[in-house]
Design a protein. Structure first.
Length: 277
């Protein structure tokens, strides 16, 4: 067996980013062969990844990329176990690599995204390698691709929450500020849909059922249940869908009224909101 020197260990550490003792053990096991040592470190990452699979990854960051013409955008959430890891350069660089690949390739699913290769290594393998280095579970928990007339991102402070807003009726105007205002609204109020028409019928049925049960429990006359329930449902629409909500920066107007004031006919086509934790 060839002697493992400190220079060898430092060289492998520079190549892989793994810890000094891990590098020394890998080189010893590989009898000084760097390629074998790297393979050993990668396998260690897979073992660590498997051992952490039952751990909760509730920290992390969101990453976003928007095309120059603002007609396409990609948003991902990369989760880890601790806020400490989320603030490391290794984690941030991994997130940037994933979002750049997602934007360039726009695969259909998270699995397809993780199968994409960067410099000859799949994103899934890159995640596994970093898991081996940091000893925490890492997971892409959300992946969103959006196309539209004008897409504006909003990333909340700390990168723990991200929103994509697709605006329509732009009429050639710069609607970046308006989009960010609406993104902040979505981040704060977490609406269930753009408006009443875009709510999942199952949600409407559930809200109506809950309202009727509450009214009956309050002892209201049976012939009034339907009418009162519809009143409660309309209140739900007003408070829980985006466009009729009171605008957070000026509650004298609704979000719809705010947008129409920015540019006649400007409105929201769709939005997506993802949060870490």
């Amino acid at each position: 067996m060839s002697a493992i020197t400190a220079t060898d260990v430092n060289k492998l550490r520079t190549m892989t980013g793994a810890g000094m003792m891990d590098c020394k053990k890998a080189l010893t096991e590989a009898d000084g062969d760097f390629e074998k040592a790297i393979e050993i470190l990668r396998k260690k990452g897979q073992k660590v990844s498997a051992s952490r699979s039952d751990k909760e990854a509730k920290e992390g960051s969101v990453f976003v990329k928007v095309s120059d013409d603002k007609k396409e955008a990609v948003l991902i959430a990369l989760n880890c176990e601790t806020d400490f890891v989320a603030n490391t350069e290794d984690f941030k660089n991994l997130g940037k690599s994933i979002i750049e690949t997602a934007f360039a390739k726009k695969p259909a699913t998270v699995d397809a995204l993780l199968a994409e290769t960067v410099n000859g290594l799949s994103l899934n393998d890159r995640i596994t390698e970093l898991v081996g280095k940091i000893g925490e579970r890492l997971q892409v928990t959300s992946y969103i691709v959006m196309k539209g007339e004008a897409i504006v991102p909003y990333i909340h402070a700390g990168s723990k929450l991200g929103v994509l807003v697709s605006l329509k009726g732009v009429n050639g105007k710069d609607v970046t500020d308006a989009g960010k205002d609406v993104g902040m609204q979505i981040a704060a109020m977490n609406p269930v849909a753009v408006d009443e028409k875009s709510i999942d019928p199952a949600i409407i049925a559930k809200e109506l059922e809950i309202a009727k049960a509450q009214i009956i429990a309050e002892g209201k006359p049976e012939n009034m249940v339907e009418k009162i329930a519809m009143g409660k449902l309309n209140k739900f629409f007003k408070e829980s869908t985006l466009l009729p909500q009171a605008f957070v920066k000026d509650n004298s107007k609704t979000v719809a009224q705010y947008l129409d004031g920015v540019s006649k006919g400007l409105t929201v086509a769709e939005f997506k909101r993802i949060a870490i934790g």
